[in-house]
Design a protein around this ligand. Structure first.
Ligand code: GLC
Length: 756
């Protein structure tokens, strides 16, 4: 059969149209149908009929906490060969997997990455993840997750960048660019997926999948910006979210997907539903049956149906009956083909098992097995799934992680660590003679990976105990006692106690929301026992969310928040504890004192009775503090920084202008360190009530002891734009305040205005 669309010299739109014009309705629907864990034997008939457009590889709808046996290049090639060489049109499949924070090289969970306030490192992590995933035969990852989250009860706060739209937008751009590069055809690049569009993190009660109530201005000014940034960065795909907003499931929302995302934002990739979400429109009570769910999803702009199978079963009939406009199907297929062409899948649909990237034909030689695969080999017995080929007998160890990848994981893990307390500079530890190490994470391995780790390997991970032993001088006695009662006995005679505690990854991620953010049962009691003898108590907290730590804040000598720091996490933690590295992480999310304060976030509106107003009562509790235990942007280092001399290039800014805002920082401590200087702005009065502060810039600055430096921020009028009362988006004349400081509660203040 003549296949003119295969001519790579033709312009992309022409290639798409040539192919689309030859497709039957059945073949078009096939492109819109994604299944899970395809194999060359289980769906070969559907593949030959061109009835499948994509497969994801995951062990379940909430795969985030279920490790599977990984993907096999040969297995993927075998599937692709049927689609390309035995179906009428030979359209390649696009293979996807949740490579959320690393493939074989596991980086910190995304919330931990956000704590690094380091877009360059986040981008490099995405680049390495793409390289490793592409080598394993994958084309598409379901990340970055861009859900703004203000509720730490929600388990998926672990997967995003926290509570702030500006930080979230900067990191969204870095991640998309990291995964996709300049050209998806390039070696080691895969399609990214901005998810979950939109408002998923506003789930009532912090309960996953729950209803959300988001006003139009909050939707546009808080939840939308990271997605808009991802679209500007050229993200290839977007995943629609499970939730409904004020009764309209996003998966069925024409206004949010077709009008806002595809229309107003100009997104030209394709939208995939989340797992089974097309069918869930019935459970939402938004569709009476499967056919209506299909109609509403297609009309809303869902281009690809993730594993519900309803497009496959009902869409063609709905089109033939005239209940779905065939043009909508063409638009969906056009978008899907566009990404497949951009990935170069029509020229190079296969992957070289020897690590040579995407290729045009399956190599004659069989790889000698696991050893040929650059990364995903597995060196532990794992549950077979239907995509795993049984490794040949006598398998060698899989290839280890390249040192350059480890180095990047170490750097990002180190920068993700947030020092929350350091009484009397008890850290870094100085020549202790006897250390007691305790807590569930002292010997943890895969638990350091965190949720949504499908391809990390236990054998790659060093424990805290191992890293500490390796880093300490031989004469230092290190005792590890995991039983709390035994730890108390040994702790009495130690110079320092290091307690590695927190929550197991199973408590965060998808479908793992908690009704409290207190430490898991038993840990506080154990810590209180350790406190009994007054030995310096250093607590390292591992978690996928902010936890309420009021007792620690009052009684621990030091608190280092490590999130779930990934494959190099133990080494990063030990480097900071021993002073080989200085902590420089900053909180990407507010830490409540107690669960009852949730939601609590820094960029809140002032209300008519602001707490700061000092009015008795006001919007405050009568049974405890109203402020967070640790604010957004907060983090300590091993040195101190002084801010001075805030200067603005002008006292006023035109509505189409810009001003520069700068300040001087001085390292007023005794050791070198890095500060994350933050720029906040407040719009004092406008056609709608505006937040008390909004992050508009940040800059990392490294200074030697006594050294001074300057940070300069360029603030554009467009940075002050918001959703106005009349529905337009723009800046309004009026007065503004600005701060440059170390977190959302402190800084040196200035002001400017925007003349009418
Ligand atoms: C899940 C998640 C989504 C993930 C998808 C594929 O239900 O909501 O984030 O990418 O299914 O595993």
């Amino acid at each position: 059969m003549n296949r003119p669309w295969l001519d790579p010299q033709l312009p992309e739109p022409e290639r798409i149209q040539l192919l689309l014009g030859t497709m039957t309705l059945r073949e078009k629907v096939g492109q819109m149908h994604q299944i899970a864990n395809v194999t060359s034997t289980s769906q070969d008939e559907e593949l030959r009929a061109g009835g499948i457009g994509s497969s994801l590889f995951a062990s379940g709808a909430w795969a985030g906490n279920q490790q599977d046996a990984g993907v096999r290049v040969e297995g993927l090639n075998a599937v692709q060969r049927i689609a390309v060489e035995e179906s009428p049109l030979g359209i390649p499949l696009i293979f996807a997997r949740d490579v959320i924070h690393g493939f074989r090289t596991v980086f910190p969970i995304p919330l931990g990455q956000a704590a690094a306030w380091d877009p360059e490192s986040v981008g490099r992590a995405a680049e390495i993840a793409a390289l490793e995933a592409a080598a394993a035969g994958l084309h598409w990852t379901f990340t970055p997750m861009l859900d703004i989250a203000r509720d730490p009860r929600w388990g998926r706060i672990a997967e995003g960048s926290g509570e702030d739209p500006h930080l979230g937008s900067i990191l969204a751009t870095a991640a998309v660019r990291g995964y996709q590069g300049d050209d998806l055809r390039d070696e080691g690049r895969i399609a990214a997926c901005a998810k979950h569009y939109i408002g998923y993190g506003a789930a009532e009660g912090g309960r996953d999948y729950n209803s959300t109530q988001i006003g139009p201005r909050t939707l546009r000014d808080v939840y939308l910006p990271p997605f808009a940034a991802a679209v500007r960065a050229g993200v290839a795909t977007v995943m629609a979210s499970f939730n409904e907003i004020d009764g309209i499931p996003v998966t069925g929302s024409h206004e949010l997907i077709r009008d806002l995302l595809k229309g107003e934002l100009g997104f030209d990739g394709f939208v995939v539903s989340d797992w089974g979400a097309v069918g869930e429109l019935i459970a939402h009570g938004f569709a009476a049956d499967a056919a209506e769910a299909v109609r509403k999803s297609v009309e809303a702009g869902i281009d690809m149906d993730m594993v519900s199978g309803l497009y496959d079963r009902h869409l063609a009939a709905e089109v033939e009956a005239g209940r779905v406009d065939a043009a909508l199907v063409d638009d969906a297929v056009r978008r899907i083909l566009r990404i497949k062409f951009r990935l170069g899948l029509f020229e190079r649909p296969y992957t070289d098992p020897g690590g040579g990237g995407r290729i045009g034909a399956i190599p004659a030689r069989r790889g000698p097995g696991i050893g040929t695969m650059p990364f995903p080999g597995r060196d532990r017995v794992s549950r077979p799934t239907n995509v795993q080929q049984t490794p040949p007998a006598g398998m060698t160890q899989s290839i280890s992680i390249p040192e350059s990848h480890r180095a990047r994981a170490r750097r990002l893990a180190t920068r993700s660590l947030v020092l929350l307390k350091n009484t009397d500079s008890v850290l870094p530890l100085r020549t202790p003679k006897r250390i007691l190490l305790t807590g569930a994470f002292a010997r943890a391995r895969t638990e350091l990976f965190g949720t949504w780790t499908l391809d990390g390997q236990e054998s790659d991970v060093t424990t805290i105990e191992e890293a500490l032993r390796a880093a300490l001088p031989a004469e230092v006695k290190l005792e590890t006692k995991l039983f709390p009662d035994e730890a108390v006995v040994y702790g009495r005679y130690a110079d320092a106690i290091i307690a590695c505690i927190g929550e197991h990854p199973i408590r965060s991620g998808e479908a793992n929301s908690t009704g409290t953010i207190d430490l898991p049962p038993g840990q506080l009691e154990a810590l209180k026992g350790l406190r009994a003898y007054g030995v310096p108590l250093i607590v390292v907290v591992f978690a996928g969310r902010p936890l309420a730590l009021p007792w620690l804040a009052d009684h621990a000598d030091a608190i280092l928040y490590a999130w779930h720091p990934g494959v190099e996490g133990a080494g990063a933690v030990v480097d900071v504890l021993l002073g080989n590295e200085s902590p420089s992480g900053r909180l990407p999310v507010s830490f409540p004192r107690r669960t009852g304060q949730i939601p609590i976030y820094y960029n809140h509106r002032p209300t008519g009775r602001p707490v700061e107003g000092g009015l008795r009562g006001g919007n405050r509790y009568c049974d405890g503090p109203d402020t967070p235990l640790y604010p957004f942007g907060f983090g300590l280092g091993y040195t101190t920084f002084e801010y001075s001399d805030l200067r603005l290039s002008s006292a006023s800014m035109r509505t189409d202008g810009e001003i520069e805002i700068r300040a001087t920082l001085r390292n007023s401590g005794a050791v070198a360190g890095e500060e994350v200087a933050q720029l906040y702005v407040r719009d004092l009065a406008a056609s709608v009530s505006r937040p008390v502060k909004e992050l508009k810039g940040f800059a990392r600055i490294a200074l030697a002891p006594g050294e001074s430096g300057e940070v300069t921020f360029r603030l554009l009028a467009t940075d002050l734009a918001f959703s106005r009362l009349d529905g337009s988006v723009g800046v309004e004349p009026g007065g503004f305040r600005c701060w440059i400081g170390p977190d959302a509660t402190r800084g040196i203040e200035g002001g400017f205005d925007v003349p009418g």
